[in-house]
Write a protein that binds this ligand. Structure first.
Ligand SMILES: Cc1ncc(COP(=O)(O)O)c(C=O)c1O
Length: 382
C-alpha cells in the first residue's frame, strides 16, 4: 500500500514487537547477540557495530521518508559524510562543493580528506557556468550541494545540477539537512545520494547527535555498508531510538517551523536596523520561484544582516531571551547563531567566510507572539 509522508514517518520500521505487542519498538541497548551454535545467528544479528535492531528501525524509516532503497545511520552528520566519501572516492578524485557549504563539511573535505588525495573546488552553485567550469576537469566524481544553503539561504536547482553532474560522470550528493525530507525530496529530483545531520530537523529535539546517508544504487550501498561496519562510526542505540521518535513528528513540526519562520522573516523586513533578510519564502529572494517549485514550503531557517555591522549583530545575539544563543538548528526551540564565530568559525579567512553582520535564526515552534516580542526587545537595544 502506498502511504503518505506522515503515515510513513510513524509506521515505517515501527511494527509492534512480535512477542509482546509493544507498540513502540524496543531500545536494543545490547552490544552482542546470542548464537544458537557457532554461526547460528538469529536474523543475522551478531555484533553491535555491524547491526542493531534499533538502528535498523531508524534506517528503514529514513529510507521510506527520503524515497530511497538504502539508508545508513551514523554517529554524526560529519561521520556520515566522511564514510560516504571514503566509500565512494579514491585518491585523485575531485569534489566540487558549494562555496557556502556548511563549514564543517568544507573542513572535512579540505583539511582531513585532501591530505589523503581527494581534491576539491568550491563554487557558487547558483552560477551554472561556474559549476560547469569546475566539473569540466575530468576527475570530478562528486558534486556536493546544500539547498537551502547554510547560512546564506541560497537556493540551487537540484534537477539541473544533477544533469550537469551526471553529464560529467559525477554523482550528485545533496545535504538535505536544512529542508528535511518533508519539504524536499532530492532523490526524486535526480540526486544520487542524500545526506543529513539528523542532529537537526530529523531528530528535532536537540537531544541526539547523528547523521544519515540515503541512496538507491545497490553497488554504492554495498560499499557504504562495508565502511559503516569496517570503520564503525555507527549510531548508538539510544541516539537511534531518540531520532526515530523525533522523526515521527517531522511533518507537523516542519509546517509550524515554516509558518513561524515566514512570519519572523516578514516582521524583520520592516525593522529599520535590518539591512537584509535571507529567507526563500520572501517574494524578492532570488531563489523564491525555484524554492516554490522544488520545496513543499520554505523551512524554519532565516538569516538576517544588520546595518549596524558586526556590533549590532553581536548585540542582538546576546540580547534575546526566548531565542537561545547556541550552535546547531532544527530543534523545537528557537536558536540564534552568529555564524562568523560559531558554526562557520572554521572557514574564517577562506573563500567560504560569512559576513560579520549576519545572524542565523533557527525559528522554533514556540508561540509566534513570544518570538516576535523577543526579537522586538532585542532589536530595541540597538
Ligand atoms: C547543513 C549541515 N550539514 C552537516 C552538518 C554536520 O552534522 P553534525 O554536526 O551532526 O556532524 C551540519 C551541522 O551543523 C549542518 O548544518
Amino acid at each position: 500500500m502506498s502511504t503518505g509522508f506522515n503515515t510513513r514517518a510513524i509506521h515505517a520500521g515501527q511494527s509492534p514487537d512480535p512477542t509482546t505487542g509493544a507498540v513502540i519498538p524496543a531500545l536494543y541497548q545490547s552490544t552482542t547477540y546470542a548464537q544458537d551454535g557457532i554461526g547460528g545467528l538469529r536474523n543475522g544479528y551478531e555484533y553491535g557495530r555491524g547491526t542493531n535492531p534499533t538502528r535498523d528501525a531508524l534506517q528503514e524509516q529514513l529510507a521510506a521518508l527520503e524515497g530511497g532503497r538504502h539508508a545508513f545511520s551514523f554517529s554524526s552528520g560529519l561521520a556520515a559524510e566522511d564514510s560516504l566519501i571514503r566509500a565512494l572516492l579514491v585518491p585523485g578524485d575531485h569534489i566540487v562543493l558549494g562555496n557556502d557549504a556548511y563549514g564543517g563539511t568544507y573542513r572535512l573535505i579540505n583539511r582531513v580528506l585532501s591530505p589523503w588525495g581527494i581534491t576539491n573546488a568550491a563554487v557558487d552553485m547558483s552560477d551554472s557556468a561556474a559549476l560547469q567550469a569546475a566539473i569540466a576537469g575530468g576527475n570530478t566524481k562528486m558534486v556536493w550541494l546544500e539547498t537551502p544553503s547554510n547560512p546564506m539561504m541560497k537556493i540551487s536547482d537540484i534537477a539541473a545540477i544533477a544533469e550537469a553532474a551526471h553529464s560529467a560522470g559525477a554523482l550528485l550528493v545533496v545535504d538535505n539537512t536544512f529542508a528535511s525530507p518533508y519539504l524536499q525530496q532530492p532523490l526524486a529530483l535526480g540526486a544520487d545520494i542524500v545526506v543529513h545531520s539528523t542532529t537537526k530537523y530529523i531528530g528535532g529535539h536537540s537531544d541526539a547527535v547523528g547523521g544519515a546517508v540515503i541512496l538507491n544504487d545497490d553497488a554504492a550501498a554495498e560499499k557504504l555498508g562495508f565502511i559503516q561496519f569496517a570503520v564503525g562510526a555507527v549510531s548508538a542505540p539510544m541516539e537511534a531510538w531518540l531520532t526515530t521518535r523525533g522523526l515521527k513528528t517531522l511533518g507537523v513540526r516542519m509546517d509550524r517551523h515554516s509558518a513561524n519562520a515566514m512570519a519572523v522573516a516578514t516582521w524583520l523586513l520592516d525593522q529599520p536596523a535590518v539591512e537584509s533578510v535571507l529567507y526563500p519564502g520572501l517574494k524578492d529572494h532570488p531563489g523564491h520561484d525555484l524554492a516554490k517549485a522544488q520545496m513543499k514550503d520554505f523551512g524554519g531557517m532565516v538569516s538576517v544582516s544588520f546595518k549596524g555591522g558586526e556590533a549590532a549583530a553581536r548585540k542582538v545575539a546576546e540580547s534575546t531571551k526566548v531565542f537561545t544563543l547556541a550552535e546547531s538548528l532544527g530543534g523545537v526551540e528557537s536558536l540564534m547563531n552568529y555564524p562568523a564565530e560559531m558554526t562557520h568559525a572554521s572557514v574564517k579567512g577562506t573563500e567560504l567566510a560569512v559576513p560579520e553582520n549576519l545572524l542565523r535564526l533557527s525559528v522554533g515552534i514556540e508561540d509566534l507572539e513570544d518570538l516576535i516580542a523577543d526579537l522586538e526587545q532585542a532589536l530595541g537595544q540597538l
